[in-house]
Design a protein around this ligand. Structure first.
Ligand code: NAD
Length: 285
């Protein structure tokens, strides 16, 4: 039987590189996907023949779709694990004062740069869409079961006022995982997320890294602990795992405020299912 195959996005650096390295040690063949060809190539060559680099900008659907096709073919027509990990902080500040806001020739306010949402959330949803397809095409080569992990953040459970888009994107991942996880496990795909606190990587500006107190650092080994929890259990799905210091915490959704909300959240499923079953093919908007 062929080896299992993984794609890790943003694997040229930081958490992605650590997870890719771990997966190689677990007998995976790993595609290092990153926007940056210098770090991406270096990461792949440091891991030897079990890894390869494919340059990809996950914020472009076509680029990510090409990544999946190439990775699947490189892996011998199988794909087993996808870590949607690439992420960026806010590219333009929502709080910018009026003097910094640009207006076009028509007098319309130019849109806020929402690259963060495209990389951190839209690409993750499209990545799950693509992964689901390729897992279903992997049976002949010995696959057919998939594990999807996304990198959310502690900012997806609390809030990071300095980066409002980043916070929104990371909350989005938590919602995606909680909604899709229990459904897709029936198609042999588990869907989980890690929510790291502060892990020293190339993401924050160097001044922040230098000023950060050691006692509030979460080591990379804690991220690997969570990945191992997902790897070791084929039924674990819909989980958002908070990483803080040496520990991993399985975080539940908020408690229902009353019995009615519990009914709406849980017991109303048959009404929703019957209603959506009758909705014709989605309208064109
Ligand atoms: N480091 C932390 O403290 C921390 C905490 C919580 C969440 N996270 C999340 O962890 C993930 C990994 O970040 P990291 O800390 O390892 O940072 P990092 O900057 O070291 O790595 C991120 C990688 O993503 C790549 N990347 C950026 N945009 C891309 C795109 N459009 N397409 C493909 N690759 C792209 C970068 O080139 C880089 O190699 C991110 O989603 C980040 O939001 C990090």
């Amino acid at each position: 039987m062929s080896q299992p195959v993984a794609i890790v996005t943003g694997a040229g650096s930081g958490i992605g590189l650590a997870v890719a390295t771990h997966l190689v040690s677990k007998n995976y063949r790993v595609v290092i996907a990153d926007l940056n060809p210098t770090t991406g190539e270096a990461a792949a060559s440091s891991l030897g023949p079990s890894a390869t680099f494919i340059q990809s900008d996950v914020s472009s659907y076509n680029s990510q779709a090409r990544l999946f096709k190439q990775a699947y073919e490189w892996g011998g027509n199988r794909l087993d694990f996808f870590h949607a990990n690439a992420g960026v902080d806010d590219r333009q500040m929502l709080y910018d004062p009026a003097e910094k806001v640009e207006v076009d020739e028509e007098g319309l306010v130019k849109p806020l740069n929402t690259k963060t949402m495209q990389v951190n959330l839209e690409a993750v949803i499209q990545g799950l869409w693509l992964f689901k397809y390729y897992v279903s095409q992997s049976k002949e080569a010995g696959g057919g079961k998939g594990k999807f992990v996304a990198t959310s953040s502690a900012a997806g459970l609390y809030a990071m006022t300095q980066n409002p888009q980043y916070t929104a994107s990371k909350y989005g991942i938590v919602g995606l995982v909680r909604a899709a996880g229990p459904v897709l496990v029936k198609e042999n795909i588990t869907v989980n997320a890690i929510c790291p606190a502060f892990i020293p990587t190339n993401l924050p500006p160097p001044e922040i890294l230098a000023a950060w107190p050691k006692e509030h650092i979460t080591p990379m080994s804690t991220a690997i602990k969570a990945i191992d929890a997902f790897l070791d259990d084929d039924t674990m799905t819909g989980q958002t795992v908070e990483l803080s210091q040496e520990n991993i915490y399985f975080r539940k959704q908020l408690d229902y405020v009353n019995e009615s909300q519990r009914w709406v959240g849980e017991d109303s499923q048959s009404i929703w299912n019957a209603g959506y079953a009758k909705v014709p093919e989605k309208k064109g908007y």
